[in-house]
Ligand binder design. Structure first.
Ligand SMILES: NC(=O)c1ccc[n+]([C@@H]2O[C@H](COP(=O)([O-])OP(=O)(O)OC[C@H]3O[C@@H](n4cnc5c(N)ncnc54)[C@H](OP(=O)(O)O)[C@@H]3O)[C@@H](O)[C@H]2O)c1
Length: 261
């Protein structure tokens, strides 16, 4: 029989699911049959993005405006999703994230809060709200936190030239470590938690960069290029499926081999 992954009958919640890597996750899980709840911050095109996914893959989707750093909003949103989409939440992609690129001497407390609000507190809030929902219903589930290969390394814009995003890299180190702790705490409830650790990817987060930096970074990857969002989204389908039933507390790193060196 042909190898298949079928996520139909469930809903996957994707924070930051309206664009970039998050949109690719939304599309990949929709392509596997799941309904998709897209959580976004403020982008006026988010509802259109959700409608496009529904139409393209013949599933139900809905966009929810919600700052993932605000726990009461996150809990309210999660409690609404099953009523709207009609299928149980079976997975969460805690993917929303932001970066501030500045030399360390210029970073401020506001920059810290901006980055950690989305990348650490936001990922935690989304995971906690969904896990509480599952534990109360005695239901198992799978959580994928979009961390980054930056959890482990410091990015360069040229040989020995730091990209200067201290808070971002620190937040991703925190996100990956948090994944291990949550996986351990929630394993008895049948909840698996893993980190997706993308390498360079063609999204709005990277499109504004100086082309010289992008070229240098692409050449430094063994596969010789940035990834496309699809190449980050599709591996998540495996983590949401029962084919990954023994994978928890792990890091899946589609980085084109970058961290092999
Ligand atoms: N691009 C890369 O090369 C790369 C590499 C490694 C890891 N990553 C990680 O992958 C994830 C997605 O990155 P991306 O490049 O696809 O980013 P992106 O295109 O800049 O999109 C960011 C997404 O996060 C949402 N978001 C940001 N803050 C939020 C908040 N407080 N509450 C709710 N939603 C919020 C945005 O919503 P709005 O559209 O409403 O603003 C948007 O959907 C991030 O965690 C990022 O750190 C990216």
């Amino acid at each position: 029989m042909v190898y298949q992954i079928d996520l139909s009958g469930g809903t996957i919640v994707v924070t930051g699911g309206n664009r970039g890597i998050g949109l690719a996750i939304s599309e990949a899980v929709a392509n596997a049959g799941a309904n998709v709840a897209i959580i976004y911050h403020s982008n006026p095109q988010a509802e259109e993005a959700a409608a496009n996914v529904a139409k393209k893959y013949n599933v139900k989707t809905k966009a929810y405006k919600c700052d993932v750093g605000d726990i009461s909003l996150v809990e309210k949103t999660i409690s609404q999703i099953e009523k709207d989409l009609g299928t149980p939440i079976t997975g969460l992609a805690a993917n929303a994230g932001v970066s501030v690129v500045k030399p360390a001497t210029e970073l401020t407390t506001d920059d810290f809060h901006k980055v950690f609000n989305a990348n650490v507190l936001g990922a935690f809030n989304s995971a906690q709200a969904v896990a509480k929902h599952w534990i109360q219903k005695q239901q198992k589930g799978s959580i994928v936190v979009t961390s980054s290969m930056s959890s482990e390394i410091y990015n360069q814009k040229g040989l020995n030239e730091p990209l200067t995003q201290i808070f971002y890299n620190a937040s991703k180190g925190a996100a990956t470590n948090m994944v291990k702790g949550l996986a351990a705490e929630w394993a008895p409830h049948g909840i698996r938690v893993n980190a997706l650790e993308p390498g360079f990817c063609n999204t709005e987060q990277t499109s504004g960069m100086d082309p010289k930096i992008r070229d240098w970074q692409a050449k430094s990857v063994p596969l010789g290029r940035f990834s496309e969002p699809r190449e980050q989204g599709e591996p998540c389908v495996l983590l949401f499926s029962d084919k990954a039933s023994y994978i928890t507390g792990s890091q899946l790193r589609p980085d084109g081999g970058f961290t092999a060196y």
